[in-house]
Write a protein that binds this ligand. Structure first.
Ligand code: DX5
Ligand code: ZN
Length: 226
């Protein structure tokens, strides 16, 4: 299981150093949480395309960047994120009216597409789109802020996606990646890996826990080996 950091709970004045530390620790994927002050329940604003563009310029073309859009109008604004240099746009199924149209638009500019669902949204909402998705993201917290408690009740949904993706691969279809986001720490990482997750987003567990990013990443990696 691969780990990608959410920089949401970083000190934004030291963002460059935090990102450098993550990359120096061997991380090759950055997860950027975009909130527009409207869509998430706590009405948080985080950052937008301008900051993502700066991050892209800092890390160069080698690091994979996804943007997790927690915004009301992804259908009208996706191009700004493509222009900022993301490799993948991850949009919420609950926030987009015509997801197939969004997939087609992103395909035309060569940006990968992920679809994310909230803890109370059933897998069935996304399964019909699976063959056209590069990634499915299961939220294991209610989106809005970092540092929340992991919701183990998403296990059934994760396993449902794992089964559907494996069946898709077995019949020559796309190897859609399966990601989880929210409350992942060293004490639950091995359990999540066993559920069949390919990539786990880790925010506070990497950036705000007592050790350095490198130490925290090592402790998660070690927990996966046990
Ligand atoms: C929340 C974000 C997450 C979150 C992860 O809406 O999507 O990426 O910040 O942070 P932790 O790992 O602290 O739950
Ligand atoms: Zn996220």
């Amino acid at each position: 299981m691969e780990i990608t950091p959410s920089i949401l709970t970083a000190d934004f004045c030291r963002l460059g150093e935090t990102i450098d530390a993550a990359i120096d620790s061997g991380i090759g994927w950055l997860h950027m949480d975009v909130m527009d002050g409207n869509w998430v329940v706590n009405r948080t604003i985080t950052f937008g395309p301008a900051l993502i563009k700066s991050v892209r310029e800092r890390v160069g073309p080698e690091v994979f960047i996804d943007c997790h859009l927690m915004i009301t109008n992804a259908e009208e604004t996706w191009e700004q994120y493509a222009d900022a240099g993301v490799d993948m746009v991850i949009a919420h199924i609950e926030a987009v009216d015509d997801f197939t149209k969004l997939i087609r638009s992103l395909n035309t500019v060569g940006v990968q597409v992920g679809c994310v669902l909230n803890p109370d949204t059933p897998a069935e909402e996304i399964i019909p789109l699976l063959q056209d998705l590069d990634l499915v993201l299961v939220m294991s917290i209610v989106p809005g802020k970092g540092g929340q408690q992991f919701m183990p009740e998403v296990e059934g949904k994760v396993r449902e996606f794992r089964t559907a993706i494996d069946a898709q691969i077995a019949t020559g279809g796309r190897a859609t990646k399966l990601m989880i986001d929210g409350g992942v720490k060293d004490h639950n990482a091995a359990m999540i890996a066993e559920w069949g997750i390919d990539i786990a987003v880790v925010g506070s567990g990497l950036i705000n826990d007592s050790g350095s990013i490198k130490e925290n990443l090592e402790s998660i990696t070690k927990s996966l080996e046990m």
